[in-house]
Ligand binder design. Structure first.
Ligand code: DAH
Length: 339
């Protein structure tokens, strides 16, 4: 009987099946009730008692090997079948989930690209500043309301450590450390102690531009502003300058553009005036030049500053400023196609 078992073990070891039907035939041949392995188990009772132990061991081994071999062949079928089903070379690839640029980043880049074409390069400065760079150097009087705790975030109750309230601080840093001609733009985040609402936030973004050289005039400023407005809002855009006041510029102005929604005819967006305000500007006050070590009898300059959120609102009609910092992907995804 042991010889028979050994012969079957060899047979089982070498068996193969081309398909599921053949495999089933093999299973029936060896393992079914009338199969060869089962027949040997039936004969087992005739084995002499002193040999039962050894023969039983062989018999169990045979049954186990047969079952294992059948499973092995079956697994081979399954994984082959899986492979032919999964690999379909004609199928399109899964779309890769791409993120989108934040609208503020998009508009900041657009503003900087326009000024870059006029020869301005980017300068950056710290968000945690001192009084000199944010206020004193820029001609703010000691008692100017902007220094008030209401507007400015001071750090650790130290009046000389504060979060910058505007990017004009970068003007001072650049003028202190370089010689004219200076032609820079300063994009960045600024902070003000405001109650958060749909039209105000405690932080927002600005871009500042500064040009200092010999013979820089208000006409140069106006030309740069007109170029910017047309590039940003379209060739039909018109600008108008209104007299204004900033401590660091003299004369100072605010610039309006013809309403980009109604084309200047008047609509609720421009409060039926046909104009919307977009930035502040002016000729750099000689005191500021002197504060930064630049001879105001030789050099003059212009400066301008705008809020990026404001420009973004005009471009994309975002009504609520808070949308920009809520990280709601349903909002952010809408800027997918913007460049
Ligand atoms: N710093 C001003 C603000 O935060 C904006 C500004 C106005 C910047 C006039 C300028 C300027 O450079 O000339 O409101």
């Amino acid at each position: 009987m042991v010889d028979k078992i050994k012969a079957l073990l060899l047979e089982v070891e070498n068996m193969s099946a081309a398909n599921a039907d053949e495999l089933e035939a093999l299973r029936i041949k060896y393992l079914s009730k009338k199969g060869e392995v089962s027949a040997l188990f039936n004969d087992f009772r005739n084995v002499a008692n002193d040999q039962k132990r050894e023969v039983g061991k062989f018999l169990n081994e045979l049954k186990e090997s047969t079952q294992n071999k059948i499973n092995e062949i079956k697994d081979g079928f399954d994984s082959n079948q899986g492979a032919t089903e999964e690999i379909d070379l004609t199928r399109t690839a899964y779309p890769v989930q791409l993120g989108t640029r934040h609208p503020i980043s998009l508009v900041r880049k657009e503003i900087c690209d326009i000024f870059n074409r006029l020869g301005f390069s980017i300068a950056e400065g710290p968000e945690i500043e001192d009084d000199w760079h944010v206020f004193s150097s820029l001609n703010f009087a000691e008692d100017h309301p902007a220094r008030d705790m209401q507007d400015t975030f001071f750090i650790q109750h130290n009046p000389d450590v504060l979060l910058r309230t505007h990017t004009s601080s970068v003007q001072t840093r650049v003028m202190e450390t370089s010689e004219p001609p200076i032609r820079i733009m300063c994009p960045g985040r600024v902070y003000r102690n405001e109650a958060i609402s749909y039209r105000a936030h405690c932080f927002f973004h600005q871009v500042e531009a500064l040009y200092v050289d010999k013979n820089v005039s208000f006409a140069d400023l106006k030309q740069a502003l007109l170029f910017f407005a047309k590039e940003m809002f379209g060739a039909d855009t018109q600008i108008r300058l209104r007299p204004s006041y900033f401590p660091f510029t003299e004369p100072s102005a605010e610039m309006d553009i013809s309403c980009n929604l109604c084309g200047g005819k008047g609509c609720p967006f421009c409060k039926h005036t046909g104009w919307v305000e977009i930035l502040g500007c002016g000729m750099v006050d000689p005191n500021v030049l002197e504060n930064c070590g630049i001879d105001s009898t030789v050099y003059s300059g212009y400066a301008l500053g705008m809020g990026i959120e404001r420009i973004t609102n005009l471009k994309y009609q975002v009504k609520d400023l808070r949308m920009f910092s809520e990280n709601d992907v349903r909002f952010l995804k809408q800027f997918e196609s913007a460049t």
